[in-house]
Design a protein around this ligand. Structure first.
Ligand code: HEM
Length: 479
């Protein structure tokens, strides 16, 4: 009898719970829009628009139809598309929205800054930020300069044509590896350039580990890279134990191990390896896209190229031919950086940001249920004439007065607590590369109207081949 009463009480409690839950749901105002065909939703339509570089029209059509807050379904999840600076602020600063990463990325990169959330992320993020902070980047300028010159000599000098995109990828991989690995960098790039490419390509793939699929190849590449990096990390740990602290060291492993010994974090060697992979993946595909599209813009914008050339020639004039660029030189490249920002505005390397609601939340009168995804695309504000006059025009001068650009409308590096920690690194790297290209070469696009796809990073369809001409080097102080 007691058992029957208990069961009845439990059933009543369950019934009441479901009833109130249903009632709570029925008072929800979900955003307008449709979720499309179950599971598939708008996934293929959005991916196709990215591939054909018509994603901006795709977003604007939805915004015109449903307004700045609308629901759709992408990659199997109900997703709220948000548009405008206020929406960007909401996405980047709301504590109930967690960064969403694909299952593929989590499998490929393990427990890295790119994949963790919440408390687990805090110490990883602060350690990585410490390594990439502007004062540290100052110490990397000489090494960046050395690697950029080496690669330009190897892959650009003496050629009539260069296919920019793969060269830029190789260059940025070389630069980040020269900082992260120190003396082992060249061997790592030599052994694993293709593996890094496969790893990067697998990030948005379907995560079923079958050989010869994108994901299968990515997993194999990830295991190979991890094995080599672990060997380097163990070697650094051994030398630290033998020789004590090398306070001036800038390689990632020594730096992280020293930080750990000072109690700044409790990351294991395995965590440090995963984070080295995370930084390399975060760094090189993005910066190479910026460099590639800057080269493309400059081929079509002679006036901008002339101004950059003047700025760079002045810097070159005060140096001997063998002198490396310094932090002070880079600080003087102000106009060149404006042109780089204009490139980031018109062709952002990261097309948007996904977050997941960790609890039911509300935005502008609409409910976003727990577990739903939230998405904002950078192009929505970057290419909106409300924030940027004549938005399709390439005009670096719009960055002369940064205060005229409304907050949260220009976000190539994201914002809030997950903002890109490599902003300064990529700025300095891009400026060093542009210095040597602009002072030494002139280029013409082989296909003037070459289009690009987003895969999801912007990728020129033919890789951006250019005809190259050696420019008379500018006079220098020691000439
Ligand atoms: C032009 C170059 C770059 C662009 C446009 C870029 C853009 C971004 C964006 C938009 C995010 C945030 C994504 C989100 O919130 O959804 C991000 C995160 C990140 N970036 Fe960059 N990035 C660049 C270069 C770099 C470099 C050079 C490094 C490392 C040296 C780097 C390392 C990272 C890392 C580790 C994260 C993850 C941070 C976190 O989740 O807490 N990035 N980047």
């Amino acid at each position: 009898m007691a058992f029957i009463l208990l069961l009845a009480a439990l059933l009543l409690a369950l019934f009441l719970h479901l009833l109130t839950k249903k009632h709570r749901r029925s008072t929800y105002t979900l955003p307008p829009g449709d979720l499309g065909i179950p599971v598939v939703g708008q996934t293929f339509s959005l991916l196709n628009s990215l591939r054909s570089n018509t994603d901006d029209q795709w977003f604007r059509t939805r915004i015109n139809k449903y307004g700045p807050v609308s629901k759709m379904s992408v990659l199997g999840s109900p997703t709220v598309l948000l548009a405008g600076p206020a929406a960007n602020r909401f996405i980047f600063t709301n504590n109930s929205l967690a960064l969403t990463q694909t299952r593929a990325l989590r499998a490929l990169l393990g427990r890295s800054i790119l994949t963790l959330n919440g408390d687990e992320l805090k110490q990883v993020r602060s350690a990585v930020q410490e390594y990439l902070r502007p004062e540290m980047v100052r110490r990397y300028v000489g090494k960046m300069d050395e690697e950029v010159r080496r690669q330009i000599k190897l892959n650009w000098v003496g050629r009539d044509t260069v296919t920019v995109f793969p060269m830029a990828r190789r260059l940025t991989l070389g630069v980040i590896c020269s900082i992260v690995f120190g003396q082992e960098a060249a061997a790592m790039v030599e052994a694993h350039a293709d593996d890094f490419q496969m790893l990067g390509d697998a990030i948005l793939s379907f995560p079923v580990n079958i050989p010869f699929t994108r994901f299968g190849k990515g997993m194999k590449a990830s295991a190979k890279i991890r094995k080599s990096i672990t060997r380097i990390a163990q070697k650094r740990e051994g030398s630290l134990l033998e020789e004590g602290r090398a306070a001036s060291s800038t390689d990632f492993f020594t730096y992280m191990l020293i930080l750990g010994s000072q109690g700044a974090h409790s990351l294991t060697l395995e965590d440090i390896v995963d984070n080295a992979m995370g930084i390399i993946i975060g760094a090189h595909g993005t910066t190479s896209a910026l460099i590639t599209f800057m080269i493309r813009h400059l081929a079509n914008e002679p006036d901008v190229l002339d101004k950059i050339t003047q700025e760079q020639d002045e810097i070159a004039y005060n140096k001997g031919t063998e002198d490396v660029l310094t932090w002070e030189d880079v600080s003087r490249m102000k106009y060149t950086w404006k042109a780089a920002m204009e490139t980031l505005r018109t062709v952002p390397p990261v097309f948007g940001s996904f977050r997941t609601a960790t609890k039911d939340i509300e935005y502008q009168g609409y409910h976003i249920p727990k577990g739903w995804k939230v998405f904002a695309a950078q192009s929505i504000t970057h290419l909106d004439s409300k924030f940027f006059n004549e938005p399709t025009k390439f005009d670096p001068s719009r960055f002369e007065k940064r205060s005229s650009i409304p907050p949260y409308s220009f976000l190539p590096f994201g914002g809030g607590s997950r903002m890109c920690p490599g902003t300064e690194f990529s700025r300095v790297e891009t400026l060093v590369v542009m210095h040597y290209l602009v002072t030494q070469f002139r280029w013409r696009l082989c296909f003037k109207d070459e289009t690009y796809t987003k895969d999801p990073k912007p990728t020129p369809v033919f890789g951006l081949p250019v005809e190259l001409e050696l420019r008379r080097p500018p006079a220098t102080a020691d000439a």
